[in-house]
Design a protein. Structure first.
Length: 218
């Protein structure tokens, strides 16, 4: 019996810890899940732009305790591509590995779909283009005499090939209902290419002069 009672307190403590560890494992067993996470970039080169259409989200198959796979626990998960090694225009393929994925502690990556992404980089350029004013249908019996945008041209920037293809930007349609004489609108300009943006917001002021039509125009 002496061997049973020797260091009894230590033996009981070890037994208690083993029991708690077993309870923890059996109470929250590991499960698998498929989640969709956003794609992010860091260390973006200051003079280069992503010109290819990159996936906004990636599907991940993960495994971990069920309590860690709740929407709240996974809300900050993402795939982060580090672009620090990109120095010049061209294509580069990035594998989607566990080191590039932000997941809660205890959750591990099983598989990524896709498991790699190829990104095309181009030189960033800035170009000035004219602003085209768009109108909704003028009110019946009225004619637009003149219109101008201030500024008349806006600076856009983005990947070289995409910016070079854009000859102008346009405004949201202006509603001229009730306009007689001179009216001023503050309106947002729009770039049709999602990879091209305005250097300074793209807001313009449009001055419109409208008059009542005479009978000779009908």
């Amino acid at each position: 019996m002496q061997w049973l009672t020797k260091n009894l307190s230590w033996k009981l403590a070890s037994l208690g810890l083993s029991f708690l560890f077993w309870v923890a494992l059996t109470a929250d067993p590991p499960v698998a899940a498929s989640i969709s996470v956003p794609v992010q970039f860091k260390n973006i080169p200051k003079d280069l732009e992503v010109s290819s259409d990159v996936l906004d989200k990636v599907q991940l198959e993960v495994k971990g305790p069920s309590g860690k796979l709740t929407p709240a626990s996974l809300s900050d998960s993402s795939v982060v591509f580090d672009l620090a090694a990109v120095f010049r225009p061209g294509e580069k393929t990035f594998p989607i590995q566990e080191a590039a994925i932000r997941l809660p502690a205890g959750v591990v990556l099983q598989r990524s779909i896709p498991d790699q992404v190829r990104i095309h980089f181009e030189k960033r350029i800035v170009r000035e283009v004219p602003v085209e004013i768009r109108f909704a249908s003028p009110p019946k019996g009225y004619t637009v005499v003149s219109s101008r945008a201030e500024p008349a041209r806006l600076r856009i920037l983005g990947p070289e090939s995409r910016v070079s293809r854009m000859d102008s930007v346009d405004t949201d349609p202006l509603d001229l209902s009730g306009v007689v004489g001179t009216a001023t609108f503050s309106v947002q300009a729009y770039t049709a290419d999602p990879r091209v943006r305005f250097e300074s917001g793209g807001r313009v002021r449009v001055i419109v002069v409208a008059r009542k039509s005479d009978g000779s125009e009908h």
